[in-house]
Design a protein around this ligand. Structure first.
Ligand SMILES: Cc1cc2nc3c(=O)[nH]c(=O)nc-3n(C[C@H](O)[C@H](O)[C@H](O)COP(=O)(O)O)c2cc1C
Length: 171
């Protein structure tokens, strides 16, 4: 038996994942991230197999993570989590900079870049183990947790996305 209410008790944060598709940056929202080792300093990231960002990471073997603050604009989560980089330049919609040539969110608490050491394919996801090459503490504040998203933030994100799609359709 697998009770998801049990698995939700494993605390996770929310991050914007960044990667490059040639010259164009791609990105998505991820929660499935953990610091996996300190020698080498490494993290584990799990990407859905249908994610375009995942295919970019497989090609370039590198990615960035931007740690989201609790007061993040819900549009950021909608922008990166509810549409695919395959058809949208998501980074054009948010203020961003670059670290090691990878896109990072301006309003994040921390910026991390990593290089893939190995990956493990599962039916739904691919788990990357990656060595951290840079981790910058941008500012100190509370970070957004996946449980915040589920408990109270999700509705705002959905409403913001609906509004964005409406405005897009009306030109
Ligand atoms: C709250 C939340 C958490 C998510 N967690 C993950 C995750 O851990 N791994 C993942 O690959 N996708 C995750 N997703 C889904 C991707 O962000 C989503 O499928 C995105 O549209 C993929 O974009 P891409 O095709 O540009 O990569 C999450 C989405 C949301 C809204």
């Amino acid at each position: 038996m697998i009770e998801w209410d049990a698995l939700y008790k494993v605390s996770l944060g929310l991050y914007v994942l960044g990667a490059n598709d040639g010259e164009r940056p791609a990105g998505s929202i991820v929660d499935a991230v953990m610091i996996a080792a300190n020698k080498p300093c490494a993290l584990a990231l799990s990407c859905g197999n249908l994610s375009f960002t995942k295919s970019c990471i497989e090609k370039t073997k590198q990615f960035s993570l931007s740690v989201l603050p609790k007061d993040i604009d819900p549009f950021v989560v909608a922008n990166f989590g509810f549409q695919s980089s395959k058809n949208v330049n998501k980074w054009d919609n948010v203020e961003h900079g670059s670290l090691n040539n990878l896109p990072v969110l301006r309003n994040a608490l921390a910026h991390i870049t990593a290089k893939v050491l190995t990956s493990y394919p599962l039916e739904s996801n691919t788990v990357f183990i990656a060595e951290i090459d840079q981790a910058i503490n941008v500012r100190d504040a509370d970070n957004l947790l996946y449980e915040d998203y589920r408990n109270y933030f999700k509705n705002d994100v959905i409403k913001t996305f609906q509004q964005y799609m409406k405005e897009k359709a009306n030109g």
